[in-house]
Design a protein around this ligand. Structure first.
Ligand code: SF4
Ligand code: SF4
Length: 276
């Protein structure tokens, strides 16, 4: 049996937009019969890249999250369609039938990921088909996967225990973009951006950065440890959303200092001054 899936490794995505551009190249203006009607020449994309600026100056990072149809087992789009206009193939790929789906605008709102777009000219809902038209001709991977220069997109047969994707899925390192939707997504992620808390430690008496000292973070039932770098900076990544944390800084000869933070957003605590 073949059951396709994809893993998107956020640590490898550089935001180069190759996947986005290749998808446009494959589908814009190209009719693919029963698989998908041609995309309009502008204004539609089935592989989106969400760019998010995280933190505050001087601690600012950018995260890139490629988002496409998740080819869900509990697909909301299938439920929203009439006349079986959206269906799942035996290999798990979810297809919007371009003929049966004509005029069924409600299909667009059946997807909580909002990856279905409405083609106004053709009056049909459209989305990623994982290049099913090419896989059926013997290609091994969709074009976005082929074009990714960093290997951030991993595609394959979930039912082949020897495949890279099956091994990664079994390793418990992947997660759905929105597990709260409960859709049993077959596109999953490694290292989705969570929240960070960062700061810079200063020795107050000599007004110098405090390098190589221990900083601990407690909260969400765990305690994490790190050390400041040569610039006195520390950072805790991958933290839970909207959780209460306490940062504790201890340096020999100085009073211990604790700072509270809530991860409503990525947080740079600024300069934390230690006193004797
Ligand atoms: S991500 Fe949206 S469009 Fe894709 S299968 Fe799931 S519900 Fe349907
Ligand atoms: S092609 Fe790969 S590295 Fe480039 S934006 Fe897409 S997923 Fe990221």
């Amino acid at each position: 049996m073949t059951r396709y899936g994809m893993i998107i490794d956020i640590t490898k995505c550089t935001g180069c937009y190759n996947c986005f551009l290749t998808c446009r190249d494959e589908f814009a203006g190209n009719d693919n019969g029963n698989y998908a009607a041609a995309q309009p020449m502008s204004g539609m994309n089935w592989m989106k890249l969400i760019e998010r600026e995280r933190g505050q100056y001087p601690k600012v990072k950018v995260s890139y999250t490629p988002v496409t149809c998740m080819h869900c087992e509990n697909a909301g789009c299938i439920k929203a369609a009439q006349n079986n206009a959206v269906y799942r193939r035996p290999d798990g790929i979810v297809i919007i039938d371009p003929v049966k789906a004509k005029g069924q605008k409600q299909i667009v709102s059946g997807c909580p990921y909002r990856v279905i777009e409405w083609n106004e000219e053709k009056q049909v809902a459209q989305k990623c088909i994982l290049c099913a038209h090419l896989l059926d001709k013997g290609e091994k991977v969709p074009r976005c996967v082929e074009s990714c220069p960093t290997g951030a997109l991993i595609f394959g047969n979930l039912d082949d225990p020897k495949s890279e994707i099956a091994k990664l899925m079994a390793s418990n390192t992947t997660e759905a973009l929105h597990p709260e939707f409960g859709l049993k997504e077959k596109v999953r992620y490694i290292s989705l951006a969570k929240k960070f808390i960062a700061g810079t430690v200063i020795y107050g008496d000599i007004d110098e950065v405090a390098g190589n000292i221990t900083v601990s973070l407690s909260g969400d039932g765990q305690t994490r440890l790190t050390r400041t770098n040569g610039f006195g900076d520390f950072e805790f990544e991958g933290l839970a959303d909207n959780a209460d944390y306490t940062v504790m800084i201890e340096a020999s000869g100085y009073k211990a200092k604790s700072v509270k933070a809530k991860t409503l957003k990525d947080t740079y605590l600024g300069e934390i001054v230690l006193k004797k």
